[in-house]
Design a protein around this ligand. Structure first.
Ligand SMILES: [Zn+2]
Length: 318
């Protein structure tokens, strides 16, 4: 599981933040479903761990039968083969809104204050359906504070990308929020704010950190130049993802670097163990602004909203 509730504070946290919480001491965790709440153990949270942090249940303890969160995770695993039925969608806690958490100081508390719950009934992703004389509320809004669950829904649900998500006061379908950076690499293809995604290099030298910025060069570029047959081809005008470090906390910067590392390491591990699936790549996803005329190959990340996954991207199916 990639999320759990802190038993002491009641706040919902992403597993990825465990590495930072570890420094101040971990809490006790439980399933985020209000009626389930079984104990969950944090795993792989030490700085030396190369595997992405996660939560697991104790031994044979199962989630309660009514647990909607574990039911949702099980359904996600089936979602690449078929669309969800209306019935399944009724109760499903998939993300319908990204809510920013404003920071007042240098200490990033974003991860501790993830707001995921049935917020704001009557707004957001609420859907209603006339049923006889009654208006039945089918799906309460699910507000999330990180793009992680949004990206997972997009990746795992190629048949359900017509569902809507609200980001920065703009509500549109998942399939319109996500934009892959790929050929043809006409820079004008990228406009406004989107959740952009592209492939990472396995070579970590393509990630350059200075005092002011963290810049990640993507595998996607305008062209490749082969000057010497013994040398690897060189990228011409590669796309770059730029993060202004002054605008986000130190914790967020290190979390971003961890994210990239996990995806690259997962890819390297897959190659080592020879279970190579050629359709899988280390992808980086970020809420960002498209390149401008002055900097036609540079994407800017908004508020450090960035995750990475070693995965396959299925085409949107309708
Ligand atoms: Zn549960």
């Amino acid at each position: 599981m990639n999320q759990a509730r802190d038993k002491k504070t009641g706040e919902i946290i992403d597993a990825e933040s465990l590495k930072h919480l570890f420094e101040d001491g971990l809490s006790e965790y439980e399933c985020i479903d209000e009626k389930c709440r079984i104990k969950l153990l944090p795993c792989s949270f030490k700085p030396s761990n190369k595997i992405r942090p996660y939560f697991k249940s104790l031994g044979l303890e199962n989630h309660r039968q009514t647990c909607k969160f574990s039911e949702y995770l099980k359904l996600l695993e089936k979602a690449k083969n078929r669309p969800f039925t209306e019935f399944e969608l009724e109760d499903m806690p998939f993300p319908t809104k990204l809510k920013k958490v404003k920071l007042n100081d240098g200490n990033d508390t974003t991860f501790k204050t993830n707001i995921i719950g049935n917020e704001e009934p009557g707004k957001g992703g609420l859907r209603s359906k006339a049923s006889g004389e009654f208006i039945e509320i089918l799906n309460k809004s699910k507000v999330v504070a990180s793009i992680s669950p949004i990206v997972d829904f997009y990746i795992k649900c190629p048949y359900n990308r017509h569902m809507e998500i609200e980001i920065e006061d703009v509500k549109k379908m998942y399939m319109y929020w996500f934009k892959r950076i790929e050929k043809p690499l006409v820079t004008g293809n990228y406009k406004g704010q989107c959740i952009f995604f592209g492939r990472l290099h396995t070579n970590k030298e393509k990630i350059i950190e200075t005092e002011e910025t963290l810049e990640i060069t993507l595998f996607e570029s305008e062209d490749w130049e082969k000057s010497d047959k013994d040398k690897p081809a060189k990228q011409i005008n590669p796309f770059i993802i730029s993060i202004n470090k002054a605008l986000i906390s130190k914790n967020k910067v290190s979390r971003i670097k961890n994210e990239i590392d996990y995806a690259i390491e997962e890819k390297i591990e897959a190659f080592k163990s020879k279970v190579v699936d050629k359709k899988k790549h280390a992808f980086i996803f970020f809420l960002g602004e498209a390149p401008t005329k002055n900097e036609p190959y540079k994407f800017k990340v908004i508020d450090g909203y960035l995750v990475a996954r070693y995965t396959q991207i299925f085409q949107t199916k309708q």
